[in-house]
Structures are given as structure tokens and as C-alpha cells.
Design a protein around this ligand. Structure first.
Ligand SMILES: [Zn+2]
Length: 193
């Protein structure tokens, strides 16, 4: 995930993609240097939202829903976690953190995961996202809070964006590999293939 929604930024932003001029004279600026964001203007949001998978922090998102959704897929679990049509809202860094917390290698074939592993992953996804919200997001890249402050979730990261640094559990150097063009960080010792 990249980009940010800023409220009344003091300086012009050359990466501003959309500026909303509100009736109360506030401005909301969508800034997105990496151009990964998307915006729809629709009268009926269902055709857009209907394509998204379940929201992990919804109380109805139980581990059996995740088991059912994952068991048909052969692709690497890291790629599947980023598929917003399967589960909504898991960004690249949070997928790395959840896989580390569940001790699952990012290249594991999704349909090779046991129900117990998916149960651990289910818990890890919720914990990682909730903790990131509590820390107001991660500002390793371009993300900022609406008034320009940085989030602090990245200071708790175990593997994401920590290539070469020691694993907090076993001290092995964190490795990085590209999976479907997204950088993926993992501990080669804690997350066996
Ligand atoms: Zn480790």
C-alpha cells in the first residue's frame, strides 16, 4: 500500500493525484507517488465493493472462512494474501508480518497449508492489522497521517523492510525475495520452505 490522504497540506505536493475542495474550504489531497492507488466515482459502490473479499477485522471473519478461501489455490501464500478479491485489506508489509508470526514461508503453496497453519495465519492477520491500526499505520515509504504525522507500526516490524537485519526470534539475517514483483521479507530459519 502506498500513498496518503492529507488534510490541508501546507505545501503543494507534486505527487497529488486528486484534490477534493470541500464546501467548508478544507482540502483533502490524495497523494500517491507510486501510483498504486485507485479511485472510483460511482453512484452504486456494490460493483466495486462486491469484488472485495471479507474484511479481516470483521467479527464474522472466522478461521474456517479463511480455510475455505485458501484451500483451492496453488499459488504461493504470499501472493494469495495480497489478492484483494480473496481477503480485503492486507498490504504487502502486513502479509510479510502475518506470515512471519504464523511461521509460514512466503513461497509455500497455499493448498499445502494445514488447517492448523491456516488457523495460526488467521490469528496472525488479525493481530498484525490490529496492532498496525493501534500504531496508526507504517511510514516506511510514503504513508502519512492526514495531518502529515508519521505512523509508527514499522518500528514493531519483525521482518518487513528489514532485509539483512537479525530476526528478533533467532537472530538469522532476514532475507528478501520478489514474489510476483512484490518484495517479500522473511526469516529463513523461522519460516522453513
Ligand atoms: Zn528467525
Amino acid at each position: 500500500m502506498s500513498g496518503a490522504l492529507l488534510l490541508n497540506p501546507e505545501q503543494a505536493d507534486r505527487h497529488a493525484r486528486v484534490i477534493f475542495y470541500l464546501d467548508n474550504s478544507n482540502q483533502i489531497v490524495f497523494t500517491d507517488r507510486r501510483r498504486l492507488g485507485a479511485l472510483w466515482l460511482v453512484e452504486n459502490e456494490q460493483p466495486i465493493i462486491g469484488k472485495l473479499g471479507p474484511e479481516p477485522l470483521n467479527p464474522e471473519f472466522k478461521s474456517d472462512i479463511l480455510v475455505k478461501r485458501l484451500q483451492k489455490h496453488k499459488a504461493p501464500i504470499k501472493a494469495v494474501l495480497l489478492d484483494q478479491a480473496l481477503i480485503a485489506g492486507i498490504g504487502n508489509m502486513y502479509a510479510d508480518e502475518a506470515l512471519f508470526a504464523a511461521r509460514i514461508h512466503p513461497l509455500r503453496k497455499t493448498n499445502s497449508l494445514s488447517p492448523q497453519e491456516i488457523e495460526s495465519l488467521h490469528k496472525a492477520i488479525i493481530d498484525v492489522l490490529q496492532s498496525a491500526i493501534n500504531s496508526r499505520g507504517a511510514s516506511v515509504d510514503t504513508y502519512k497521517r492526514p495531518k502529515g504525522e508519521l505512523g509508527t507500526a514499522h518500528s514493531n516490524f519483525c521482518v518487513a523492510h528489514r532485509g539483512g537485519k537479525p530476526c528478533p526470534v533467532c537472530s538469522a539475517p532476514i532475507q528478501r525475495l520478489a514474489i510476483r514483483n512484490r518484495g517479500s521479507y522473511f526469516c529463513p530459519n523461522c519460516q522453513k520452505p
